[in-house]
Structures are given as C-alpha cells and as structure tokens.
Design a protein around this ligand. Sequence first.
Ligand code: 5GP
Ligand code: ZN
Length: 117
Amino acid sequence: MPGEPQDDCLFCKIAAGQIPATIVRETQTTVAFRDINPQAPTHVLVIPKAHYANAAELATAAPELAADVLRETQAVADEDKLDSYRIVFNTGAGVGQTVFHAHAHVLGGRGLTWPPG
Ligand code: 5GP
Ligand code: ZN
C-alpha cells in the first residue's frame, strides 16, 4: 500500500530511526539527512516519513506531503547557508535511482554543471 512502511526499505528504516544517519532536520512528516556518498559539499536527502516509490507517486497520492518535502529542501539550503542549490529526484533505475522511497537530493556548495551528466 502506498504510504505504508516497507520492511525491506532502507529509507523507511532511517525514517524510523532503525538505521543511523546524520540527520540535518526533522519535521512531523519528513526527515533530511546527509548522503553517505556525497557528490557535493552539501548533499542532503529529504524524504517523506511515509513510503512512496518516487516523486510522482508521492505527488499523486499525497500532494501536501510532496509540498512538505519541497519546502524542506529550502530549509536544508538555509541550514547550510546556500544561496543556490539543485534539487534532483532520480526516477527509475535507468537514471540511477537505487532507493525506491521518494527522496529529494539537495546539492550545493560548489559550481554544478548544466546540463547534468
Ligand atoms: P538514488 O540513487 O536512489 O537517487 O539515491 C540514493 C542515495 O542514497 C545515494 O546518493 C546513496 O549514496 C544514498 N544512500 C544509500 N545508502 C545510504 C545510507 O545507508 N545512508 C545514507 N545517508 N545515504 C545512503
Ligand atoms: Zn520506504
């Protein structure tokens, strides 16, 4: 069921505090934590605590929660004092999605090329 915790999901376990992470911010509905393999000086993942497989599923099933995630990306940027930053939602294994629990990558703190690779 969309929104229900999944036993085999890494980010459900981080959201539940069962796997440690460097938490940057937490709200009633979201958690933001530093990526274990950072690609930029700031590389934070913002997740909804509820399980949705990707950004589109989240936005369709729970639009207010999707807005919570987006709002938190700005709060993370403020926390790290970033004037500019990039938000990435990888969607599908073909572009590198490896964890199928919706998450926004917040990247910044260095120049980022455009278009991305
Ligand atoms: P995706 O490739 O699915 O868009 O992003 C998944 C991200 O999760 C990757 O950037 C990866 O480095 C990160 N990641 C994977 N396992 C862990 C973990 O156990 N802890 C943290 N903090 N990040 C993780
Ligand atoms: Zn999950």
